[in-house]
Design a protein around this ligand. Structure first.
Ligand code: FAD
Length: 474
């Protein structure tokens, strides 16, 4: 084609989890791949999301442990936070992971184009390169993986004390008083982190409860724990604006309901965490067959195909759970599909979810409320960590494992529908539950598997065992 400098099997636009996994997985299948990224490889996840946020949360966990070290017979004195070192450590982790992706791209002969990619006719992609030049490349297939950016709300422009997740992750110190607008997963991670690092935290959530969508028993554990951390949780409130002060902080104004009195909270930083919007802004989709819905998401079918022949879209750009590992799954799906391998669509109602606040939360499949709301007849088993030997050894006994199973005609528990966990290291324990849900295993089948002793994962095994009608730790 005229003007096209190079042709590839696949051109991927966006180098975050959706894009780089498509590129690397496709290359491992022998495809010739171009990966277009306007910024740094790794996308939100590595540079402004999962990894830096979890690095900070780990520093918060260390502070928590040191604060309680005397319980273990270790006298360490008062722990103080040197956040510059926390930042430096985060940078090292991020840099090494970003470098790893660049090295893997090189090793698999993925051609990385550093520039803004936009889609044209017949799967041509124009790249406005960072060095000022332009490249026009063509893919037999194109995968759009341009990701998402933080959503903003009126009267809370970024700058000064008003931060989105992007700015929080660049802080050089821990603010003394923080308001977090939005009690979703990311907001609760930040609230938990700041509280554990010594800040006075207020969560301002518009809905009647934080972490909406979580199983109620699980959410209640988080709420109780946050209250013990002295996090002030204000739900059902509407933030209206803020008044900056001379000290660099601001007073955040909010109302309880439509007709409530206006209240204010004085803070040094206000984190706006109200979700993320898909970022199709620079993809040049007008005039192509790629449809964008009213909320800005690229419209796809169950194989991640857009309306433009040969063009797929994956990750946060599409209206599926905004999780890095969902992006990975969609990338694999798209590559297998374009290879003609007849893959199974992603089962979005059974993906693993993880929230890394303290206490951690992890689940797959519906919770008790969601299962009942869907009209399912269920049997529920729950066991608290307070009776688990490893949890006692760790000194982390809050939380539970809850299993939701289909009720059989005789009233006993059958197929495992959902596994919900809250407590120590549950994000590392979910995989057994995820497998059970996605394998459509029964409680009898899962209960037959042995868990190591003493371990946190015993609680999952015991919960399954109790659902068989017998147990030894009930
Ligand atoms: C604070 C925070 C914590 C999070 N924690 C977790 C977590 O614990 N677990 C989890 O699974 N998920 C987490 N997420 C969500 C996760 O980061 C996203 O789901 C994931 O990054 C989406 O991947 P993506 O590839 O679709 O998009 P992104 O990661 O946003 O990457 C898109 C890339 O495309 C590039 N781009 C955009 N347009 C163009 C263009 N036209 N040309 C070239 N390049 C372009 C961007 O520069 C970017 O690098 C978190 C997010 C945040 C903000």
């Amino acid at each position: 084609m005229t003007g096209v400098s190079e042709s590839f099997d696949v051109v991927v636009i966006g180098g975050g989890p959706g894009g780089y996994s498509a590129a690397l997985y496709g290359a491992s299948a022998g495809l010739r791949i171009a990966l277009v990224e306007k910024d740094v490889l790794g996308g939100t996840c590595l540079n402004r999301g999962c990894i830096p946020a979890k690095a900070f949360l780990e520093s918060a966990a260390v502070k928590r442990h040191v604060d309680h070290s005397s319980d273990f017979g270790i006298d360490s004195g008062d722990a103080t936070v040197n956040f510059a070192v926390t930042q430096e450590r985060k940078h090292k982790i991020v840099d090494s992971l970003v470098g790893g992706i660049a090295a893997m791209c090189k090793g698999r002969k993925v051609d990385v184009f550093n520039g803004v990619g936009s889609l044209g006719a017949d799967r041509t992609v124009t790249v406005n390169m960072a060095d000022g030049s332009t490249a026009t490349i063509r893919g037999e297939h194109v995968i759009l993986a341009a990701g998402s950016v933080p959503r903003l709300i009126p009267n809370f422009e970024r700058g000064g004390p008003i931060l989105t997740s992007d700015e929080v992750l660049d802080l050089e110190h821990v603010p003394e008083r923080v308001a977090v607008i939005g009690g979703g997963a990311i907001g609760c991670e930040f609230a938990s982190m700041f509280a554990d690092l010594g800040a006075k935290v207020t969560i301002l959530e518009g809905l009647p409860k934080i972490l909406p969508g979580l199983d109620t028993d699980v959410a209640n554990v988080v709420v109780r724990s946050f209250k013990r951390k002295k996090i002030d949780i204000r739900t059902g409130v509407m933030v209206t604006g803020h008044t900056p002060n001379d000290a660099g902080g601001t007073a955040v104004h909010f109302r309880a309901g439509d007709d409530g009195d206006t209240e204010s909270v004085e803070v040094d930083a206000c984190v706006v965490s109200v979700g993320r919007r898909p970022y199709a802004d620079e993809l040049g989709l007008d005039g192509t067959g790629v449809q964008v819905d009213e909320r800005g998401y690229v419209v796809i079918d169950e194989y991640c195909r857009t309306g433009e022949p040969g063009v797929y879209a994956v990750g946060d750009l599409v209206n599926t759970p905004q999780l890095a590992h969902v992006g990975y799954a969609e990338a694999i799906l798209a590559i297998k599909h374009l290879l003609g391998e007849n893959p199974l669509p992603v089962a979005y109602d059974r993906v693993p979810w993880a929230i890394y606040c303290h206490p951690e939360v992890a689940w797959a499949g519906p919770g008790e409320d969601a299962a009942k709301a869907a009209g399912l007849d269920v049997v529920v088993g729950k066991h608290p960590f307070k009776f688990n030997s490893r949890a006692k050894i760790l000194g982390e006994t809050e939380g539970m494992v809850k299993v939701v199973a289909k009720k059989q005609p005789d009233g006993t528990a059958g197929q495992v529908l959902g596994v919900h966990m809250v407590g120590p290291w549950v994000t590392e324990q979910l995989s057994g539950g995820y497998l059970a849900v996605n394998w459509e295993a029964t409680v009898d089948e899962v209960a037959a598997f042995i868990q190591p002793h003493p371990s946190l994962s015993e609680l999952f095994g015991e919960t399954m065992l109790s659902l068989t009608g017998r147990d030894f730790n009930g």
